[in-house]
Design a protein around this ligand. Sequence first.
Ligand SMILES: [Zn+2]
Length: 273
Amino acid sequence: MTAEPLRMLVLGAHPDDAEFHAGGLISIYRRLGHDVKIVSVTNGAAGHHRLGADELAVVRNEEAQAVAALTGVTFDVWEFPDGRLQPTLDVRARIIREIRSFRPDLVLTHRTNDYHPDHRAVGQAVQDASYMVTVPLSVPDVPALRRDPVVAYMADLFTKPCPLVPDVVLDVSGEFDAIVGMLDCHESQVYQWLPYNRGIAEQVPEGAAERREWLAGWFAERPRAVADRFREALVAAYGPAGERIEFAEAYEISEYAAGLDQDQRDRLFPKSA
Ligand SMILES: [Zn+2]
């Protein structure tokens, strides 16, 4: 590993977004001894069919802290209301303060083409913050950075108005169990709300081991679809072995923050731990 640990900040809209979209890279970072901070910009208090908002906010923060205890990441859940996020000046200022004080080498966030309005709002607010973190009189209570970090968008599979362009692809097959372990902490989502929302609640088994196995099967579709979508880039990055990679993550580098040369790519996106 490098002498100085890297610092990665994942800005997601909801308490499980980082794990769903970047769990493999988070897992690699942690095993290499790098620092990872996950921020959920909203409190996650909209996504449930039985619990009320106040109770759900407490539950979702507890689930986030379970991920922190399991992996050694720092996990902050902010108080902006789930389902009603806008890329306001308040949200932008909070993100500028966060980037300036955590001083990440790499920031991950959502694209602004994504099905969930909160995801789009976070992506927009991070775009709006990217240059402004270097401007001292914008949010003057925290000293400005001299240089932007690298900002990367986590993969989604939406195609309009434009699909993700994969600047970086990662084989995360070896991280799969670790990702499922993180998602397993988000009980109210992966075993309750999301199966209910998708009409498959009756598929979720009772026991802890059985339901985790079910989760692995259900979640596997996502990184497998990413691998299939970006197969050409996987082959370019891994050679012929790229044809056989089962699970992948993909990232697009934001043009509004630092660029990524080959050295930085190898350093910030290590292929495995
Ligand atoms: Zn989300």
